[in-house]
Design a protein around this ligand. Sequence first.
Ligand SMILES: NC(=O)c1ccc[n+]([C@@H]2O[C@H](COP(=O)([O-])OP(=O)(O)OC[C@H]3O[C@@H](n4cnc5c(N)ncnc54)[C@H](OP(=O)(O)O)[C@@H]3O)[C@@H](O)[C@H]2O)c1
Length: 162
Amino acid sequence: MKIIVAADKKWGIGYRNKLLVSIPKDMKHFKECTTGNVIVLGRKTMETFPGGRPLPNRTNIVLSGNKNLKIEGATVVNDIPALLEELKKYDSDSVYIVGGESIYRQMLPYCDTAIVTRIDHAYSADAFFPDLDSDPEWEIADESDEEYYFDVIYTFTTYKRK
Ligand SMILES: NC(=O)c1ccc[n+]([C@@H]2O[C@H](COP(=O)([O-])OP(=O)(O)OC[C@H]3O[C@@H](n4cnc5c(N)ncnc54)[C@H](OP(=O)(O)O)[C@@H]3O)[C@@H](O)[C@H]2O)c1
């Protein structure tokens, strides 16, 4: 199981339920990684998607504590054990945890790969990803050359569990 996230210098990932910055090449990278696969997300992150709807061409699994919630185009699960049971239907290599903060924190222990867009800037943030650079269980396995979006510098970095 993999995690995919865009994080700034301080591992900030969002502010007021929005992304910190929207980088077109990063959006394309996210789409390429996840299309045809399974994405796992929190109910709040789904609300940030276009129209507040599940993403097309992917199996969307949404976590919510609301047992009455039904979402067309998504499977809703009400807790982590139910999520893990649902995920048994899929090859774990095809599963991507796509956020937000609460889902990342709960699911990181089940993941062996983190695909991180590292953005070399510190934004105002109120949602964070765990700092993998200071976590002895994780190491950088691959890092792209620097990419530029106007004055924003970023890299596509893959972390692996040791
Ligand atoms: N930079 C990135 O790559 C990236 C990616 C995704 C999101 N984000 C950012 O992350 C922020 C949102 O993160 P967040 O932590 O506030 O929200 P979230 O993780 O997207 O969603 C939280 C909601 O998920 C449900 N949930 C969480 N754990 C659950 C559990 N164990 N059982 C049942 N339901 C559970 C609850 O829904 P109910 O309230 O319905 O019970 C909870 O309110 C936003 O700023 C967003 O832009 C950033």
